[in-house]
Design a protein around this ligand. Sequence first.
Ligand code: NAD
Length: 301
Amino acid sequence: MRIFVTGAMGQVGQRTVKSLKSKGRDVVGFDLVAPPDADPREWVAGDLSDIELLRRSMDGAEVVVHFGAISDPIEWTRYPEIIATNVVGTYNVFETARLLGIKRVVFSSTINTIGLISWLKPWAPDYLPIDENHPTKPDDNYGATKLMGEVLARGFHVRHDMEIVCVRFTGVLFADMPASIQRYQGFLADVDGELVNRMWSYLRSEDAIEGVERALFQPGLGYERIFLAAPDSVTGEERIESLIARHYPTLTEQAERLVAERGSNASIVNTDNAADLLGWKPTLSYLQIPELQRSRSEARR
Ligand SMILES: NC(=O)c1ccc[n+]([C@@H]2O[C@H](COP(=O)([O-])OP(=O)(O)OC[C@H]3O[C@@H](n4cnc5c(N)ncnc54)[C@H](O)[C@@H]3O)[C@@H](O)[C@H]2O)c1
């Protein structure tokens, strides 16, 4: 079974390709650039706007993973370019798959579809824990264009019976990437800063890849939106219920109930849907990364 992966040179894409290949899967990667020593049977350098190239390179695949996107930075003035890649590019991938008779596509969506990370104004979730039924109200081009991708996915499912699984990652933490660890060290230094809009949620890359692989092969899926998040919250020495009481005071009781039901420092992103549909459960915490353990104790001093 051949798997076609867009955004294959990206942070998650590269690791997913490696993981799939290590399991003996036949993978074709697609990205703006291919690795210098790429085997042309396995890599295609091209733009998501090139639907003819997509058709030629996707031909022969049975499933598709669509990671290709402008994921960062997300300046407001880049809205047109971001729509071109994240919306038109996503349409091109779904439409090419449809024309080639490929039923299953895994689309990397994001927690930003509901709002948060990029909000400029004070923000609070409507309820806790958040799940896939939470209202979507992004105010930024990244969250908005990923949400538009989900809307396209639903249309392709309704109209053409395609199975499009939108895996909504929370911020991915790469334990094998020093820059990623440093970023989280920075976050931990001030749990009342950037982490507030991230709702102290994150996802280890190994679990992200496991979720994507399950979404590729799990039978019986249609149009799905599935949150993938780590089991716990990045809160340093604080407790999630104290942080919620401070930042989302109207949700204090819901936070206390969540901790009573799901355990100390549980994530406030509910991943039950991933467990039900994919048999996926998050296995890895930031606490297992020694550098982040140290940052935690440094923050305490
Ligand atoms: N990393 C995270 O924390 C995170 C969180 C939520 C969602 N996501 C989503 O998951 C996916 C993978 O994330 P990532 O961190 O690997 O992103 P990334 O930015 O590292 O990778 C995206 C890849 O898409 C490629 N790309 C961009 N425009 C393209 C175009 N026009 N044509 C072809 N390829 C193009 C880029 O070259 C890049 O290699 C992305 O869609 C991202 O939006 C990531």
